[in-house]
Design a binder for this molecule. Structure first.
Ligand SMILES: Nc1nc2c(ncn2[C@@H]2O[C@H](COP(=O)(O)OP(=O)(O)OP(=O)(O)O)[C@@H](O)[C@H]2O)c(=O)[nH]1
Ligand SMILES: [Mg+2]
Length: 341
């Protein structure tokens, strides 16, 4: 298979370039908007075409035997082996790693660098989305996740961001169980000159939303759950249901969790119907296998990740290139220097 990446001013121009170079049989593997070297916005399209096999005419007595001899599968290139080792150290599950290895090998075999190959493969496997789509204006955004995942801090970061973009925000908290759980959010709301209400009971929601008034974004904080206690999830589900239809649930997962257990959480909280997953504490670990597993397997939209305690600075928008760059770093121990490769 011949794979090639094209840059064009729009999809139409790109299709013409692909047709001219790869022919009518070419298929589009991916397309996305990227910034060109001069800063302008261009379409980047990756297309592939099956190479036509020309069978050699058997000549001479031994030629037939030679033609029929089994083909020896290609050994993995050292480039792909190196990447594969790194992914393994990050803690990706065998299944996801195998899919990535196979796809990366196909791309590198067509002349792409291992970074470009991984970038494209992750772009295909992970449902990355933009911040505007992840955090829709006019919706009630509920943040759920294990205890200490970073829910309240992430709400504070996003609320400040939205205020800086001149939107109005409202904050509600269901966290009436943890000592100072509500006060933590209330302090941020105070600083933003916005109201924050503690909901002791889901029935308080109507009264609270009337007091809040119309807001561009409403953020709802919840008490951290224990994934091994299904009752807590059932209770959380009933709280969310009381908020009505206009709700998006965001699952907040800390990257410091055990990678394998982290992979199971989206299935555990399926009853809460999360729309996106937000990865926190990526600054506190060098192993992003858990993040990559969830991003590739859960089907949840991926956009935000947080990388520190500072509000509002430490929040980023993930995309395939950022994730590829992080996964290509060899996991290290805290006292080891960062790998330059
Ligand atoms: N290093 C780092 N620390 C973070 C990040 N996000 C949150 N924290 C810290 O993690 C701790 C817990 O954060 P919270 O926002 O209180 O977490 P929570 O999910 O609301 O916790 P509960 O309400 O107790 O379930 C706090 O000390 C935060 O400052 C991050 O991205 N990186
Ligand atoms: Mg909290």
């Amino acid at each position: 298979m011949k794979i090639k990446r094209f840059k064009a001013k729009d999809m139409h121009e790109g299709m013409l370039m692909i047709k001219r170079e790869l022919g009518n049989e070419a298929i589009i593997l991916s397309s996305r908007k990227v910034k060109d070297v001069d800063g302008s916005s261009v379409m980047e399209i990756t297309a592939a075409v099956e190479k036509k096999e020309t069978k050699p005419e058997p000549k001479g007595l031994f030629a037939k035997e030679k033609y029929l001899s089994p083909t020896i599968p290609n050994e993995k290139s050292s480039q792909v082996k190196n990447l594969s080792n790194k992914l393994n150290k990050h803690g990706l599950t065998g299944d996801i790693q195998h899919k990535i290895d196979t796809a990366v090998e196909a791309f590198t075999g067509s002349g792409f660098s291992d970074f470009d190959a991984l970038d494209m493969v992750l772009g295909k496997m992970v449902p990355f989305t933009t911040s505007v789509k992840a955090l829709e204006r006019g919706k009630i955004h509920v943040f759920v996740g294990p205890t200490g995942a970073g829910k309240t801090t992430t709400i504070a970061k996003l609320a400040v961001q939205k205020k800086m973009e001149r939107y109005t925000v409202g904050m509600l908290s269901f966290d009436n169980q943890r000592v100072a759980g509500f006060e933590q959010l209330n302090i941020f709301a105070d600083a933003l000159k916005e109201n924050c209400f503690l909901l002791q009971d889901p029935k308080d929601f109507m009264a609270a939303s009337v007091s809040l008034g119309p807001k561009d974004f409403i953020f709802v904080d919840t008490t951290g759950f224990n994934p091994f206690k299904p009752k807590q999830l059932t209770y959380l589900k009933s709280l969310i249901e009381q908020l009505g239809e206009n709700v998006d649930v965001h699952l907040v997962l800390p990257c410091t969790m055990n990678a394998e257990e982290m992979s199971y959480i989206p299935a555990t909280v399926e009853c809460l119907h999360p729309k996106t997953v937000i990865f926190t504490k990526i600054d506190e670990t060098a192993r992003l296998g858990g993040l990559a597993n969830v991003a590739a397997m859960s089907g949840l939209q991926v956009c935000f990740a947080t990388n520190g305690t500072n509000v509002p600075q430490n929040i980023i928008e993930l995309d395939s290139a950022i994730l590829a760059k992080e996964l290509m770093k060899s996991p290290r121990l805290p006292w080891e220097k960062e790998d330059a490769s």
